[in-house]
Ligand binder design. Structure first.
Ligand SMILES: N[C@@H](CC=O)C(=O)O
Length: 400
């Protein structure tokens, strides 16, 4: 891939590593003024982008898609450095399961079961964090008070050894920022910011997703994971939008579930090259074999029922070892089929709960409305699949 060198006059300021480009002048012989939209806005220089010759005039690499042609453009930076501190580093390279929220038979939250799930997953080497209150966690089916209590219970369950990340799902940006504030106060170390769900049906105005990430981070200080929805939905982000969000302060990782392998194969390398510090996580529960080779890890509901083989697959992916990755895929296929090759991805959440029963973590698979029990016999099929995949009873560390 070709790249264009751009020199900026922005000065590094301690604790701040980004600058907002508001007005730039091209010194490429054409003396053109570039407005904010034409300039690479919110470009986040990382260590590897800094030229060794000068730290006060860092050299940035620009992807060809961001400039009109391959000429070298020199921009003079006219603004002060940004006022938001860099988000703290959180190591999510590895497996990040998205656990279910267990319920008692009467539908209330089962906190004892949260303790079992969290202490088990948190005890496994290579599990780098838990994303709670996501799709698998029925996060949108809980009251605000329950959401806060669930975050606190998961924080306690892992003894604060790994970060708990909260799904931030509220519709409007301002209320999502409040949700992120509540999550942070409850002990979440980061947030997985969902798109506004109205966008699924109607689409969104250009710039609205960038604004959502910016405002939620600025108002909450909660580091955020960029969530890419499937290409088949109107809430999916195009490459330019992904690049712009990924470069914003506070965005530490991307959970990508684009489910279009043409886009996956072509966009992941571009996003990675532009953001070497961004942790890239696949969430293609049913396409892990294809997507395990170009990522830093998996952020998947699947991780809460089969963490051990998924960690093997992550290792195989990092080693570019197709045979090993394929072997894990083949071994898990009966489970994948029974949990994720269902009528809808939503049913996967019910199946995850049956899976946790099969592993001895839960006693039953109670879900809240919005979801319904699976058809009769599905539980037995799921248990048989777990047996076939040789997924044993989980060992829950004993309470201190
Ligand atoms: N793995 C699913 C559901 C998770 O939130 C996805 O791709 O979005």
């Amino acid at each position: 891939m070709r790249s264009t060198t751009v020199t900026v006059s922005a000065r590094e300021k301690s604790r701040y590593q980004w600058a907002q480009w508001q007005s730039c002048t091209a010194h490429d012989g054409f003396s053109r003024a570039y407005n904010a939209k034409q300039c690479p806005i919110n470009f986040k220089p990382s260590q590897s982008h800094l030229s060794t010759s000068s730290s006060t005039f860092p050299t940035l690499l620009l992807l060809p898609s961001l400039v009109q042609n391959s000429r070298t453009l020199i921009f003079k930076h006219h603004t002060t450095m940004g006022s938001m501190a860099q988000a703290p580093k959180i190591d999510l390279a590895g497996l990040v399961p998205a656990p279910v929220t267990p319920f008692n038979k009467d539908g209330s939250v089962d906190y004892a079961a949260i303790q079992r799930i969290g202490s088990w997953l948190g005890s496994i080497d290579g599990v780098k964090g838990l994303v709670v209150l996501g799709h698998a966690g029925e996060g949108t089916f809980l009251t605000q008070e329950e959401q806060v209590e669930v975050i606190k219970a998961f924080v306690k369950s892992v003894d604060d050894r790994i970060p708990i990340i909260a799904g931030i799902t509220t519709e409007g940006t301002e209320v999502a920022a409040l949700e992120a504030q509540r999550a942070k106060a409850a002990g979440a170390k980061a947030g997985l910011l969902y798109p506004c769900h109205g966008w699924l049906r109607f689409g969104y105005q250009p710039g609205a997703p960038q604004d959502r990430y910016k405002v939620v981070y600025e108002k909450s200080g909660l580091p955020l994971i960029l969530f890419q929805y499937p290409d088949a939905t109107k809430a999916t982000y195009n490459l330019q939008t992904l690049l712009e969000i990924a470069a914003q302060p506070g965005v530490i990782a991307m959970k990508n579930g684009v489910r279009n392998m043409t886009r996956w194969d072509t966009e992941i390398p571009v996003i990675k090259a532009a953001n070497p510090d961004l942790t890239i996580l696949t969430c293609h529960d049913e396409h892990l074999l294809h997507t395990c080779f170009d990522v830093d890890g998996f952020l998947v509901g699947y991780g809460c029922i089969a963490p051990e083989p998924l960690l093997e697959m992550i290792e195989a992916g990092k080693a570019r070892d197709y045979k090993k990755a394929r072997a894990v895929h083949d071994r898990l296929l009966p489970v994948t089929k029974n949990v994720y090759h269902r009528g809808s991805h939503m049913e996967g959440t019910v199946a995850l709960k049956h899976g946790l029963v099969a592993r001895g973590i839960l006693e039953h698979a109670t879900v809240r409305s919005g979801l319904l029990p699976l058809q009769e016999g599905a539980d037995q099929e799921i248990h048989a699949a777990f047996k076939k995949a040789a997924l044993p009873q989980a060992v829950v560390p004993s309470a201190k």
